[in-house]
Design a protein around this ligand. Structure first.
Ligand code: IMP
Length: 178
């Protein structure tokens, strides 16, 4: 695939599992006695969200939203909702689960969309944070790992729909990545 290759493993499987467990302990404590509604953003967060939900020990529901960025304005932060939530989030304690926050534009847009639906509370949980590339500042309540400015795949994350099945997070290199 035109010079694209896996450079190295950035986060091995055991560290992922351990960190996901820690996040679940934190979330379970914070949402005890609350009506937790997890909203996972597809496709990248599906494996993280599944592992996280399994480790959460308080009652919670999960719903999915699928988005894609407009090809002609990828840096605008405006995304197209290709699959909306099935349940109402009004009055619920929403936790938005993202794979990775890069510029912050996508999460910022999604937070705006969610806020208009009047949840009781709204927080972000991101497995990875590339804060060096942030354009829009946003609060990340639960963060798995801070990572450098590299392109990563695995554990649900892709490059052209490939590599999602890697059990770890790997760094991808190649001329055509950006
Ligand atoms: P943002 O709007 O720039 O914060 O981009 C967020 C989205 O871009 C993430 O939810 C991912 O889908 C995608 N993304 C950003 N960086 C990477 C990466 O290193 N690997 C795979 N997807 C990425």
């Amino acid at each position: 695939m035109n010079g694209i290759e896996i450079e190295k493993v950035l986060i091995p499987q055991n560290r992922l599992q351990q960190r996901v467990s820690e996040l679940a302990v934190e979330i379970s404590a914070d949402y005890r006695d609350k009506d937790l509604a997890i909203v996972a953003i597809l496709k990248g967060s599906f494996i993280f969200a599944a592992d996280l939900l399994r480790a959460i020990t308080v009652g919670a529901t999960i719903d999915f939203m699928s988005i894609s960025s407009y090809a002609n304005q990828p840096q605008s932060g405006v995304v197209r909702i290709t699959k909306d939530l099935e349940e109402s989030i009004t009055g619920r304690n929403v936790l938005l689960v993202e794979d990775i926050i890069d510029t912050g534009l996508t999460a910022n847009y999604l937070l705006r969309v969610m806020r208009e639906r009047n949840p009781a509370s709204l927080r972000v949980c991101a497995l990875l944070d590339k804060s060096a590339r942030r354009i829009i500042d946003l609060p990340v309540a639960y963060r798995g790992f801070e990572i450098p400015d590299v392109f990563v795949v695995g554990y649900g994350m892709d490059y052209q729909q490939r590599y999602r099945n890697l059990p770890h997070i790997a760094v991808l290199t190649g001329e055509s990545l950006r």
